[in-house]
Ligand binder design. Structure first.
Ligand code: 5GP
Ligand code: MG
Ligand code: MG
Length: 180
């Protein structure tokens, strides 16, 4: 049995993802020329997106990583815990949070508060996927969005179900019978 057997539909192919990463990277290059932003990837889901995105940014940037937990299985707990903090000070720096997917926005609300408390000069969000749900609570606008996707639990390209499927090179819908 290959991983593909657990996927009911491919939502984004490798080629489609590559083209989204390219266009977002080009926008960031233009918007942040001379600002030396720090791109903060949220572990672990955004690792693949982060590497593809930064290859398409052609101006000085730094990268850092944070690990926060908010999800167990397929349900948001609405609670965020910092598992790995940033490795350097962000005071006075322009921050771009790199996320795999925004659903309720609970995770991002907490992280933005935290970055503002640490006196970042600005905080913007770059997400590959935007899954608009009725329970969206995000207080801020997401400046960079790869694409909107319909409701449904997706895996692959860094995104997991109970830590599996992150290694799929594309994004697909997980067969509901596997988690319900
Ligand atoms: P939020 O706090 O916006 O509700 O949830 C954001 C986080 O939940 C994402 O960064 C991701 O880790 C996880 N998440 C939300 N929707 C999905 C999904 O469809 N698939 C997977 N694998 N993770 C999701
Ligand atoms: Mg995430
Ligand atoms: Mg997860």
């Amino acid at each position: 049995m290959t991983l593909k057997n657990d996927i009911s539909e491919i939502i984004l192919t490798e080629e489609e993802i590559a083209s989204l990463a390219k266009s977002l990277g080009e926008q960031i290059t233009k918007d942040y020329e001379g600002k030396k932003p720090i791109l903060v990837a949220l572990l672990k889901g955004s690792i693949m997106f982060m590497t593809d995105l930064i290859k398409n940014i052609d101006t000085h940037i730094e990268i850092d990583f944070m690990d926060v937990s908010s999800y167990v299985g397929t349900q948001s707990s609405g609670e965020v815990k910092i598992l790995k903090d940033l490795s350097s000070s962000i005071e006075g720096r322009h921050i771009i949070i790199v996320e795999d997917i925004v659903e309720t926005g609970n995770t991002l609300n907490s992280i933005i508060d935290f970055l503002q408390y640490r006196k970042a000069a600005s905080v913007e969000i770059c997400t590959l996927l935007d899954k608009p749900v009725p329970s969206r609570t995000l207080d801020v606008e997401v400046k960079y969005i790869g694409t909107k996707i319909p409701d449904g639990f997706v895996v692959g390209y860094g995104l997991d179900f109970n830590e599996f499927y992150r290694n799929l090179p594309y994004i697909g819908l997980l067969k509901p019978e596997l988690y319900s």
